[in-house]
Design a protein around this ligand. Structure first.
Ligand code: NAD
Length: 353
């Protein structure tokens, strides 16, 4: 029984081009008719971006990329795009790089072609984020959805294993939260389950043999499905928690997701049996939580927010900051006390039950 529902598909060209990103990118850029491309890539991906865009009509390359897109960083990138009269943005990098391109597109209106180098999934969503002071603001705007995405599993092979694991679990968090986020629909849940299956299958291969391209291909596929589901379903409890933690305490995005996810699953799964069954099946285990804990242990994922810089003394403040953002229809009832318990357990790295 699916009942009545509405599902909106976000229009975007998506290419999976293992080992062939430059050619696929050239075709996607040509399709836009752009003449003045601004390439956005952080310092680490600068050389790669130069190689991938060598044959394109590049007007400039901007490499000031900062996680969570501080407003002043966005303003400087916007000024560069305006000065160069850029008519297309090509982003080469992780979620922070895509996020900066989105900030420029939000005010400049030019399209984006994204070449992701992590599993963050920002390239498949119309969600933007900007940080001012310690507050991260997000919004939804069709202008920030890249018109095209080029995935190449060769590009994620350079990710250090710990970064690949955290990023892959960030993608898995999109699947888990898509099961109960405010706009979750039956199509999102199918995408999320298949995304989780691909991520759970590919991540151990990526962690065990970082050069194994097949593992990276599987994880990129899963990360894309995860992001498409998330773009439609919206932010559930898990993302609301991580969003506050990231902006307020400047915690690293992907590892924060990796630590918090089992705690949110432990809280919500008993109140969302269908989601629990689907996730258990995707993770190849009788129980979703046990399956996730087994996977994170096998991957050597970070376990405590304490190791990421979040202090036990921050728990009450964080719980109060998160509460107003909790979706009203979250499966489990959430109070300040529930959040304090969840955050305290995540802070010290306790096993969620
Ligand atoms: P990131 O983009 O900050 O990258 C982390 C580090 O990895 C950087 O130092 C980067 O240079 C390096 N790196 C990236 N690709 C690499 C590669 N292939 N090899 C070696 N090093 C590489 O991290 P992220 O987790 O990809 O993105 C996090 C940001 O994305 C956060 O700000 C988050 O809010 C945002 N995000 C947004 C959405 C959305 O829908 N808007 C979705 C997911 C994430």
């Amino acid at each position: 029984m699916t009942g009545a529902f509405a599902h909106r598909t976000r229009a975007q060209s998506v290419r999976f081009a293992p080992g062939d990103a430059a050619a696929a990118l050239a075709e996607e850029v040509a399709a836009t008719g752009a003449q003045r491309v601004l390439v956005i890539a952080g310092a680490t991906e600068r050389a790669l971006a130069g190689r991938l865009t060598a044959g394109l009509p590049v007007a400039g390359l901007h490499d000031e990329v900062v996680m969570h897109v501080p407003v002043d960083v966005a303003d400087r990138a916007r000024a560069v795009a305006a000065r160069l009269r850029a008519d297309l943005l090509v982003s080469v990098g992780g979620g922070s790089t895509t996020g900066l391109a989105k900030a420029v597109a939000l005010t400049g209106g030019m399209p984006i072609v994204a070449v992701p180098t992590t599993y963050a999934g920002s390239e498949a969503t119309d969600v933007w984020g900007l940080t001012e002071g310690a507050v991260k603001t997000t919004g939804v705007d069709p202008r920030v959805l890249p018109v095209a995405v080029v995935y190449d599993a060769e590009l994620t092979r350079t990710l250090p294993t710990a970064a690949a694991v955290a990023s892959g679990l960030n993608a898995l968090a999109h699947c888990v939260d898509s099961m109960w986020a405010p706009h979750s629909d039956p199509i999102d849940r199918v995408l999320a389950a298949e995304g989780a299956r691909a991520l759970a299958g590919g991540l151990p291969a990526v962690a065990g043999a970082p050069q194994d391209r097949a593992g990276h291909e599987q994880v990129l596929y899963g990360a894309y499905l995860a992001a498409v589901a998330f773009a439609s379903a919206g932010s559930g409890l898990h993302h609301k928690i991580c969003h506050v933690l990231g902006g307020r305490y400047d915690l690293p995005h992907a590892p924060t997701h990796a630590v918090v996810l089992p705690h949110v699953l432990a809280l919500n799964a008993p109140a969302a049996p269908d989601a629990g069954r689907r996730l258990a099946g995707a993770l190849g285990h009788g129980s979703a939580l046990a399956g996730l804990l087994e996977l994170t242990a096998r991957l050597g994922a970070p376990r405590s927010l304490g190791e990421l810089g979040f202090r036990a003394a921050d728990v009450p403040d964080a719980a109060r900051a998160i509460l107003p953002a909790v979706p009203p229809d979250n499966p489990a009832t959430v109070t300040v006390a529930v959040l304090e318990r969840l955050l305290a357990a995540a802070q010290e790295g306790a096993q969620p039950r």
